[in-house]
Design a protein around this ligand. Structure first.
Ligand SMILES: [Zn+2]
Length: 344
């Protein structure tokens, strides 16, 4: 199922994400040589409708070829191009597929052929050795560009702050690429804003270029004034049996049209997320890092509105109805700068 290549197929960097399946046929791991080893591992298109990673990589390669006449990189790069079929269809994943960023080693989902595919990628990379790992995504909703880590460690935080000062630490969901790779090397996820924003592609491209040029990730602490570290405390879902919408519509809950503006803002208690129809039995599914239902800790119904019970900072809140159903409504976070290591 996995295709491995040692060179970039001719003109591949002129191929749009939705045409990659036609060119490559299967999920593909491409090893590109460089001046330094071991390689930087980069994964793109784990979500088929998030082309920023592929667009950043191909613009980096194309620029280097035009400028230097060769694809030779300052450091070797192993590029994993994930869900080509979903990219063709322009969706996160096909209905019959699992989410390609929930099936890496450590996944708690029932075993699928995709689990074996990701295990194979990890095994190959472990054998070859890695410098660092970068998994690149778009997201929905109004979010700043930020990175995520699954391990609090100076080298990982340096890799993260190279992208920007906003860093999110999370442990759930399981089975993500970054958590699997974090066992082998410093690993981050980049969240590069909405699809089609040029700044997202440019930012990711500059970041990859910087990663390819550094000789080592520092072991010393990240100065606490250089980082805004947040910790994801809960994931918020709309239970499948309940309907939702955005005004004007008829549904069990009408979410605020301002929902996406709440991201990365500290919201006070009493903030309304939406209007509830019916007899006050509406409940979101809110699960903490251990999978416990903590809905009553964060939300309550008051005057027909779903309101925050305590101050909290959301991320990735989205109005994209397909994402809400396939993934989640968003996440709740707390500030975590107290946990940035300040001694070696
Ligand atoms: Zn994604």
């Amino acid at each position: 199922m996995l295709q491995q290549l040692d060179t970039l197929p001719d003109g591949l960097f002129d191929t749009e994400a939705h045409d990659l399946e036609r060119r490559l046929g299967a999920p593909t791991l491409i090893h590109l040589p460089g001046e330094r080893e071991p390689a930087l591992f980069v994964s793109v298109l784990l979500h088929g409708n998030e082309p920023v990673g592929w667009d950043a990589v191909r613009s980096l390669l194309k620029a280097r070829l035009e400028r230097f006449g060769t694809l030779r990189l300052p450091r070797a790069m192993s590029l994993f191009i994930g869900n080509l079929a979903a990219a063709t269809a322009g969706v996160r994943h096909l209905p019959e597929q699992p989410d390609y960023n929930r099936v890496w080693p450590g996944s708690q989902l029932p075993r699928t052929p995709e689990h074996d595919l990701m295990q194979q990628v990890v095994d190959i990379m472990e054998e070859r050795g890695l410098f660092a790992s970068v998994d690149i995504h778009n997201n929905t909703g109004c979010n700043p560009h930020y990175s995520c880590v699954n391990v609090i460690d100076n080298r990982y935080l340096h890799l993260a702050t190279l992208f920007g000062r906003t860093v999110v630490y999370f442990m759930q969901p399981r089975g993500v690429q970054s958590a699997a790779m974090a066992r082998l090397c410093p690993a981050v996820i980049l969240e590069c804003g909405k699809v089609g924003e040029r700044h997202g592609t440019e930012h990711a491209c500059e970041y990859l270029d910087a990663c390819l040029h550094i000789s080592a990730l520092p072991e010393h602490p990240v100065p606490v004034h250089d980082i805004d570290l947040f910790h994801t405390v809960a994931q918020v879902k709309v239970p499948p049996e309940l309907s939702f919408g955005f005004a004007p519509a008829e549904a069990d809950i009408l979410f605020s049209p301002e929902l996406e503006r709440f991201n990365f803002r500290e919201l006070p208690p009493g903030t309304a997320l939406g209007l509830v129809n019916g007899r006050g039995e509406f409940r979101l599914e809110v699960r903490d890092e251990r999978g416990m239902d903590v809905a009553d800790r964060y939300f309550h119904l008051e005057d027909g509105e779903l309101r925050l019970k305590q101050s909290v900072m959301p991320s990735m809140l989205t109005r994209d109805e397909a994402v809400i159903r396939q993934d989640c409504l968003g996440y709740l976070m707390e500030r975590y700068n107290d946990h940035v290591p300040q001694r070696d």
